[in-house]
Design a protein around this ligand. Sequence first.
Ligand SMILES: CC(=O)SCCNC(=O)CCNC(=O)[C@H](O)C(C)(C)COP(=O)(O)OP(=O)(O)OC[C@H]1O[C@@H](n2cnc3c(N)ncnc32)[C@H](O)[C@@H]1OP(=O)(O)O
Length: 718
Amino acid sequence: MTQTAGDNPTGHEAWVRLVEHLGARGERRLVLVEGDRDSGLAWLRQLLPKLSPSPGIWTGPGDENPLAELTEVPPAKARDWLGRELSVVVWDGWQGNPPDGLAAIAGTLKAGGLLFWLMPPLDEWNRFADPDYRRTGLDSAEHHPFAHRMATILASDSDVIRVDARDPGRTLIPTLQAPDTPFTVATTDDQQRLINQLVHFGQGRRRRPLVVTADRGRGKSAALGIAAARLLQQGRERILVTAPSRESVDTLFHHARQTLGTDLATDDGNSLLTRAGAELRFLPVQELLTQRLAAEVVLVDEAAAIPPQVLEGILLGWPRVAFCSTVHGYEGAGRGFAIRFRSVLDRETQHWQSATLTQPVRWATGDPLEALASNLFLLSASGMASDDARVPARDIRIDRWFPADAPEPELAEAFGLLVDAHYRTTPADLRQWLDDPSAVSWCAWHERRIVGVLWGAIEGGLDEELAQKVTRGQRRIRGHLLAQSLASHSGFPEAAIQSTLRVVRVAVASPARRSGVGKRLVAVAREWVSEQELDGLGTSFGGSPELLAFWQSCGMNVVRVGFQRENTSGEYPLQMLAGSSPQGVELVDRLRGRLARHWLTLVPRHWCGMSAELLAAISDDLPATRILNDDDRRDLDNFAHGHRGFDFCLPVLRELGQVPGVMNWLRTRPELALWVGAVLQGRFWAEAQAAGLCRGQRDGEQRLRTVVRELLENGPEM
Ligand SMILES: CC(=O)SCCNC(=O)CCNC(=O)[C@H](O)C(C)(C)COP(=O)(O)OP(=O)(O)OC[C@H]1O[C@@H](n2cnc3c(N)ncnc32)[C@H](O)[C@@H]1OP(=O)(O)O
């Protein structure tokens, strides 16, 4: 049933009643205010005071805030509001609609909450020049399939309340039944089960790690806080909590405090001390790992945002560790985390337990706004499950694929594959994929299921003048990651002038991996690059030995290694290229030749944190151009037989890795890590010893002498 605001004398009573009934039912709603922005704002200025919303936010310019009580938040900062509870959001879509922020903000509304979204009429969204496109380099596109898709979903959702900004009195406002038992925010059964499980886990003797995953808004942090407090009350002496930031554990601490009640003796914000002297303490991740404080239990919150190798360090360092993370979250990191971290857990420990929270806390199950946000941004998209039967390689076909034209279930399956496989895939990526006119995609199919996806984007093609400016750091170009980076960091303007297809993402479903699907997808993209007469195919990713091996098997070569580790994966960015046109092939050679020449100087300065395996694999990938002369050979011979000191020979030992065949030979030796640490990375002996590479200088030197002796006797021709 619906009624119009115009049917009642004040025009506002139906809205007030709606909010009351929504609150009682535990639901929220989207109110789409379509058309003329000024009229829409004028209407909101009249309506909002009657709804007395508190707290609430407004994403438009400060001087147009429709209600003084609303906090002003620019759309790009909306994600910072995750975890808060709001009654009203007035989202000024005319200022821009960053998908991650919009998706996040929908999760902050509590039961009875309304999300007012000011926008042009739905049938104009396809052409609406969203100001947020400027941030992503999409502003030149004439059509916006992502916005068009959203408009189609909204138009067919009967729970969306559509307001014509020029005629709000005619809005059809749903008249909802109030339920017999009103919705209340209370500990859900799911939370209670998790609290019990955590308490049992924290008291138990068995050291099986626990992995907790929950959709956003399921009360995970509250459950963790309550369980931590109970464990302290029941005799545990120290529980450590870590997370990517202190703010991430605000809610956890709040609930721990409340549960401790009168047992709480002191509270300095980061540490709660009970009267019995037990402690709940927050430590940032790095401090946790360096301080190594003894604790019976470690709780890692928002674990998806912490690099897997750091999680591995925590796993090995304490007896009971619970890793907790949000999945289907707006950060997009969640499920990818669960999948990637599972392989670490499987490697380190046979037995680990998992727990999942599915019941929402701040709203009722079945709330229409949650379902809508999930549809709009594919928050629950999932690819083929990892435990599905293996897919036979012979029955797979690869076709060009157009995400903007794909039926919704197909799009969800393909995007789900990216979310599952990649560390961080967010709603903003979905928009980029659909809207970028330079995007080119292929899917690998097994029968009617998508088992692999490759998403590429054409980059570069700049004119000479702009390319020079990019190289000199005077201009940055958005949406051209590889071209920008090779021009400005490696210093080659040609990289921005040439046109390259960059593989933005490639993913193969677990049941189809290691049967050549990934390689075939890349091969099809390379063929296309050649047909289109582009200059090359490139890729940029968080470097790991496995991915380097994959890209090498696809015929790509290392052209650049980033200095700074990526925040998301904790890995160093690695960029690889395969030239296609003659000038493309020449550029690849020049980039690699230059990197190889600079390699030995750069390694000790920038890549001391890189694993020996990866560093050796990159060294091996680069062109080996050094040739030993008789003086070098004499030095090496004397070193091998103990007649000459390590430091005198270090320069020639370093260069040895660039002699053809030597690095490849060294990679098969057990002394590789010591070689990389002491020779390439230039670690002092005490450091090498602390890192477990040797038992001290004498041992380290002796082992290196032995390797060099064997190299001279049985290694490749030098
Ligand atoms: C820009 C980017 O997207 S980088 C990120 C790449 N994507 C991801 O990391 C997502 C998760 N991973 C995946 O989806 C897949 O593992 C992919 C896409 C990396 C590889 O797809 P697959 O179909 O499994 O690779 P494929 O079978 O074609 O492998 C070809 C060769 O690459 C190498 N290779 C592939 N995976 C690995 C691995 N995990 N370890 C070592 N070598 C590997 C091998 O030499 C392999 O040949 P082989 O199986 O005969 O030994």
